[in-house]
Design a protein around this ligand. Structure first.
Ligand SMILES: *[C@@H]1O[C@H](CO)[C@@H](O)[C@H](O)[C@H]1NC(C)=O
Ligand SMILES: *[C@@H]1O[C@H](CO)[C@@H](O)[C@H](O)[C@H]1NC(C)=O
Ligand SMILES: *[C@@H]1O[C@H](CO)[C@@H](O)[C@H](O)[C@H]1NC(C)=O
Ligand SMILES: *[C@@H]1O[C@H](CO)[C@@H](O)[C@H](O)[C@H]1NC(C)=O
Length: 204
């Protein structure tokens, strides 16, 4: 290989790797687990991602969510998303849920939903169930991957309160440090003065 060819290779290798990485990353599906701690009166995304084992096989999927409040024993239907149409089934969540999953496709891999205004009554277990039909050339195959998420709702530590607290802590520590400094200075001054007197007396 000539030096020019080697140089070209060195220049091209990173570019090829970059292109490879881009093609791997583009459209790659990653199953990220949902957060499990929601803050009251804020929005919260209930994540549910189910990747196809083989991304290249065309598929159709719909998603159903069900909910079991912490004081209930059975799951009840909460939400459904099919043919790009969403429906909120549970009246407790009317006008409070939004689709956060795959958009403009029937081949859903992300079935996440968004609670607009979390209340403490939303504490409980959520389950999302995909109904996926994989379309191979000669046959179809149905699977229903599902995920269960336990959500805990916590009160909000308002930004005001948090910043007031940190400000108070700042003053406390500044004043505390200065007091300590003054005490230390007085102590040292006394010690030095005593040592000086001692020395005077000895020399006398
Ligand atoms: C959320 O709900 C609470 C209580 O129902 C209400 O006071 C608050 O204004 C709501 N917040 C939003 C952003 O809708
Ligand atoms: C999820 O939906 C909410 C409410 O419609 C929106 O504010 C938020 O940006 C959405 N997030 C994503 C990642 O789509
Ligand atoms: C929560 O549930 C209790 C009992 O079912 C009900 O009285 C209360 O109004 C609910 N609160 C909200 C914010 O929906
Ligand atoms: C949920 O998925 C598991 C396998 O991961 C399966 O055994 C189970 O039947 C599914 N449940 C429902 C309700 O589809």
């Amino acid at each position: 290989m000539s030096a020019v060819q080697e140089l070209l290779l060195l220049l091209l290798l990173p570019l090829t790797l970059l292109a490879l990485q881009a093609s791997l990353c583009h459209g790659a599906c990653v199953e990220v687990d949902s957060d499990t701690e929601a803050v009251a009166n804020e929005g919260f995304k209930l994540g549910c991602i189910s990747c196809k084992m083989r991304g290249e096989v065309p598929a159709m999927a719909s998603v159903k969510w069900s909910f079991k409040a912490w004081d209930e024993t059975e799951f009840t239907d909460l939400y459904s998303y099919e043919d790009q149409k969403a429906e909120i089934i549970d009246p407790r969540f009317y006008e409070r849920l939004d689709w956060n999953g795959s958009k403009n496709t029937d081949d859903l891999q992300d079935g996440s939903i968004y609670i607009l205004n979390v209340t403490f009554n939303d504490t409980g277990t959520y389950r999302c169930i995909f109904s996926r039909t994989l379309k191979y050339r000669d046959y179809e195959y149905n699977i229903s991957p599902n995920k269960t998420i336990v959500i805990n709702v916590v009160p909000r530590l308002t930004r005001g309160l948090a910043s007031i607290l940190s400000e108070v802590m700042m003053y406390v520590s500044i004043i505390g440090l200065q007091l300590w400094l003054v005490v230390e200075m007085i102590y040292c001054y006394r010690k030095i003065a005593a040592a000086g007197e001692e020395a005077l007396r000895e020399s006398a």
